[in-house]
Write a protein that binds this ligand. Sequence first.
Ligand SMILES: *Cc1c(COP(=O)(O)O)cnc(C)c1O
Length: 366
Amino acid sequence: MTRAYNFAAGPATLPLEVLEQAREELLEWQGTGCSVMEVSHRGKEFEACNAEAEQDLRDLLGIPSNYRVLFLQGGASMQWSQILFNLCGSNPHGDFILTGEWTTRAVAEAQRLLPLWGGSVNVVASSADRNFSYIPDESTWQRRKDACFMHVCTNETIQGVEYNFVPEQLGDVTLVADMSSHIVSRPVDVARYGLIYAGAQKNIGPAGVTIVIVRDDLLGKCRADTPRMFDYKLMADNHSLLNTPPTFGIYLAGLVFKWLKRQGGVEAIERKNIAKAELLYGYLDSQDFYYSPVAKRDRSRMNAPFRLKDESLNAKFLAETQAAGLVALKGHKAVGGMRASIYNAMPIEGVQALVGFMRDFAARNG
Ligand SMILES: *Cc1c(COP(=O)(O)O)cnc(C)c1O
């Protein structure tokens, strides 16, 4: 068996130990005589699995007890509307920071729904002027004190920009964050946010699970026309088991949380992530065959877009990396060039192999 170093942005690489454990338990899980995929979500084994995954995530992120943790479906994309139904029951005015592809889509959904409800969307700040290659300085943000919420994406997966700060609290405005592509990569002060959401398939597990961490005073205030399946309170009251949840995804996310705990938790994984990012960006800044298009202070530790100065070599670079077992380095079409996603599960050896290859490729083609 040869496992490649997989730099895909998502679905993305998972820890080998976790995949091996899942393989080990695939046919027969927890003495049930069945696979985890074949047992009732209301049985005691799965309920325990669900509860343990939630507790492990709480431990990892230090989630305060007045926050609920939900395992939902529909991806981060569904949250763009679900948050509106739940948070905008009485005040349909949303503020947004526009920093890339994912916030652009979140804004588009709000622009579709909030005006129908007599509300409005305010783009507080945008980095569209320079191709979303930076985070606009907080001192320039034009926020509304009476907004219901302000939405940020703290790691823009496609453009590769990451917040290294938490936006300030303004009045009662609820801070909402899409953390899909860097959740559990670093500590986070959950209490500074009203709601955090993340699709699992970047840094947590397989596609199909969406994590929502929401402060409990925000529950039970949804619009009257909110579909039942959209109501966070109903989901929370039922421990995410209102209907059949994505059982295999929750099980696998649970294994990843256990793996993270064995690694020493998010502080320890953050140190490893810093070392990996420094290795890659350090190399990018040390030569002029490749370059990073992102402002230094806002560069993502998880997703590193980079370009070759001579774009005519792109196809050759991609074919040769693929042949060398370094896969999925093609950049998103919105940005072009290359992108290396180096999530928690990417070992430093993978980044060393990539940088080694890049050095050699530059020497041969420079
Ligand atoms: C991948 C991603 C999304 C979209 O996730 P889906 O699960 O496909 O809906 C949204 N936001 C961010 C930051 C992402 O990385």
